[in-house]
Ligand binder design. Structure first.
Ligand SMILES: [Zn+2]
Length: 398
């Protein structure tokens, strides 16, 4: 028998339900609300006073409830960390190129159990902060064996796995980038495709140019992997327009955009995923979310969690920075961190709290979602449900 649970007395419920949204209420927010979950699904939302009878009941005590965060961009299969490199950078020492190679070496040397354990630890860390869907990329193996291993390990813990053999040119191919692209589009793809849903490429000067990126994405697409692109992070380039042209689910970073890039994102099906943790951690200028939103692009916020340039798993932190420094309103930032991420992963079952959605819920120790930006750095997560299962049971105590 499926057990039903009602969460009642929700002060402010963010639904992202289009049938409840309007110009005045973009998040489809319901006051004094209740949500009923049955098994792994939401089956009812509405006024708390009208909640149906259920097996169990949780009194939210006037707190805010929102969809679990959807983190659509993270690099979590790795070993070691790069705290010393970060400290040196923050001390004003020039950035030493090749930091990523430190992580590649540590990752290749690690056992399967170490990599799986580190991934599980980071996913649990994210969940404790309200994140219930996480995309995980490979990209620190850069050999056929190590990339396939990373994706096999990732696929054991999340369905959103991305083949990023084209993260940087592997050190062994430093003098033969064309040979590395041939590997990434050939034997490495053969080994990785069974464990991946997406294919990604770092299209940037110093990584892969437009032609190489196109080759990687088209080869992946021919094997059933949908493209997503690391695009326009460090400078202008062809990444965003290539992503839109190839129907990529997402163009990620979008920090340096021309008007043509913005127009392409606004008129295409590709989500603009912004990753403020990377700019924060490298003291770089933030992307202009306001420009993208005003043009009509769909915007997502994600952590880019990785040991080199953005070692945060906190979506709430990204929301706060996006509001403070990227021109987003609190409503827009929360929407981008939930529904936006779902769109970037082409998921319709997450990012909303509506009948039929997966029961991924985030209860805040705050009266509204605005507090995520208003109270930066404060651990506001009171409870989390993932697919209907209570995974953070701190509230109510006992
Ligand atoms: Zn990334």
């Amino acid at each position: 028998m499926t057990v039903s649970t009602a969460i009642t007395d929700i002060g402010s419920l963010v639904t992202n339900d289009p049938s409840l949204s309007s110009a005045d209420n973009p998040l489809g927010t319901v006051r004094d609300a209740a949500v009923v979950i049955e098994g792994d699904r939401v089956v009812w939302t509405g006024a708390s006073s009208k909640a149906p009878t259920t097996d169990n009941r949780v009194d939210a005590g006037g707190r805010a409830l929102l969809p679990g965060f959807v983190d659509s961009h993270a690099h979590l299969v790795f070993a070691g960390d790069r705290a010393a490199e970060f400290a040196a950078r923050m001390s004003g020492q020039p950035y030493a190129a090749g930091g990523i190679r430190t992580t590649v070496a540590a990752t290749r040397a690690a056992s399967d159990a170490e990599l799986a354990g580190n991934l599980a630890r980071l996913l649990a860390e994210a969940r404790r902060q309200g994140t219930t869907t996480v995309e995980v990329k490979s990209g620190y193996g850069l050999t056929v064996h190590d990339e396939a291993r990373a994706l096999r390990i990732a696929a054991g813990q999340t369905p959103e796995t991305t083949y990023l053999g084209a993260h940087v040119v592997a050190p062994e191919f430093a003098d033969d980038p064309a040979g590395y692209v041939a590997l990434v589009t050939g034997p490495m793809l053969d080994a990785c495709a069974p464990h991946a849903r997406w294919v990604d490429v770092f299209c940037e000067e110093g990584a892969f140019d437009g032609d190489q990126a196109r080759a990687v994405l088209e080869a992946g697409a021919a094997r059933g992997l949908t493209p997503r692109v690391h695009a326009n992070q460090l400078g202008h380039g062809p990444g965003v327009r290539l992503a839109v042209e190839l129907g990529a689910a997402s163009a990620d970073h979008c920090t340096h955009l021309t008007d043509a890039d913005v127009d392409a994102l606004a008129s295409g099906q590709t989500v603009a995923t912004l990753l403020p943790g990377a700019e924060f951690s490298t003291r770089a200028a933030y992307p202009d979310a306001r420009r993208l939103l005003d043009a009509g692009a769909t915007v997502a916020l994600s952590t880019d969690c990785n040991p080199g340039s953005s070692y945060t798993s906190s979506m709430a932190f990204c929301v706060a920075v996006a509001v403070r420094d990227m021109g987003m309103t609190p409503d827009e930032a929360v929407r981008a961190a939930t529904l936006g991420g779902a769109r970037a992963l082409r998921r319709t079952d997450v990012g909303t709290v509506a009948p039929g959605a997966r029961a991924d819920l985030h209860l805040l120790d705050a009266p509204t979602h605005v507090h995520l930006a208003y109270r930066p750095g404060v651990p506001l997560t009171a409870a989390v449900w993932q697919a209907g299962e209570r995974v953070r049971p701190q509230y109510p105590a006992g």
